[in-house]
Write a protein that binds this ligand. Structure first.
Ligand code: BJW
Length: 246
């Protein structure tokens, strides 16, 4: 592992453009549950019961109770060493951070040039798509005074500003992520690499000539397709890489 860390550090140190894709594993050491690992969120709840527009239409109160519980959990979590290293690297010009996480821990760590592909658990939009409510507003109140919450503009039902299965990502976010695949080094960190289009970004980056690396506790479907796969916690491996960058 030492050699792989040294060689990846040398690549990052020499790169003009670095892109980092993150997933739930980056926030695991902060106490945010992952989706598919042991104790992952999907183990207790079926995705199709909670994270689809159909589920919300069927039972908005149930879906909002799940989000209220997750907001409470995430609200008590702090960025860990992985978020902090990524935030520091993001100060370099040419660095883009693309996250699938909705917890906003990258933002709280001070990450610049951040693309939040799946939205934020701290933002809402109008379920009825009233014109003003189409633009997400922030609501960090804990606990939410009303569950389900209402649109601040028209009073109808609000929804989490999160991309559910079967929904399109925001065009500008996907475009920014695709642009960032034109880079010298592409890191995929703490993601199971099963959810598209995010899972395709590392392959796109490699096809465009990037050196690609994965950091994950375990092998994923992306491991065989990257130049270097390092098994370990992001909160352990990223500080080692950082220390090895000259
Ligand atoms: C550690 C660690 C530590 C632990 N250190 N590592 C092409 C092919 C097939 C299907 C599709 C396709 N294109 C689109 C689809 C459909 C669908 C999809 O991908 N389905 C797959 C499941 C097959 N995609 C969509 O619907 C997307 N929309 C879209 O593409 O629109 C156009 C379209 C629609 C339909 C058909 C075709 C085109 C939208 C995807 C939205 C994803 N939303 C979610 C949930 C939101 C709910 C919420 O959060 O409240 O976002 S799904 C969930 O998974 C969440 C996550 O962001 C996402 C990714 O999960 P992530 O981050 O990888 O977490 P885990 O838990 O899976 O993995 C954690 C990893 O960390 C593990 O590997 C651990 O080992 C590791 N780990 N501790 C390092 N300390």
């Amino acid at each position: 592992m030492h050699d792989r860390i040294e060689s990846l550090a040398a690549r990052i140190g020499a790169a003009a453009r670095v892109t980092i894709l993150t997933g739930a594993g980056v926030s695991a050491a902060s106490g945010v549950p992952t989706f598919r690992g042991r104790d992952g969120l999907w183990r207790q709840h079926r995705a199709e019961d909670l994270a689809t527009p159909q589920a919300f239409r069927r039972d908005p109160a149930l879906v909002w109770e799940w989000y209220a519980w997750r907001r409470e959990t995430i609200g008590g979590c702090r960025p860990n060493a992985a978020h902090e290293i990524i935030a520091r690297w993001s100060q370099r010009s040419g660095c883009t951070v693309v996250t699938q996480n909705v917890d906003d821990l990258h933002l709280r760590a001070g990450t610049r040039n951040l693309v939040r592909l799946h939205g934020s658990i701290w933002e809402q939009t109008c379920w009825n798509a009233c014109p003003e409510g189409a633009v997400a507003w922030r609501d960090e109140r804990q606990p939410l005074p009303e569950v389900p919450p209402r649109c601040v503009h028209c009073g109808s039902l609000a929804r989490p500003a999160i991309v559910w299965f079967g929904e399109s990502l925001r065009h500008e976010d996907l475009a920014a992520a695709m642009t960032a695949t034109a880079c010298d080094v592409f890191l995929t960190v703490g993601t199971s690499s099963v959810v598209y289009p995010a899972a395709g970004l590392v392959h796109e980056a490699r096809a465009r000539g990037a050196f690609t690396a994965e950091i994950n506790l375990e092998a994923t479907g992306a491991s065989d397709g990257v130049d270097v796969a390092i098994q370990g916690g992001a909160e352990v491996v990223l500080p080692l890489i950082d220390a090895a960058i000259r």
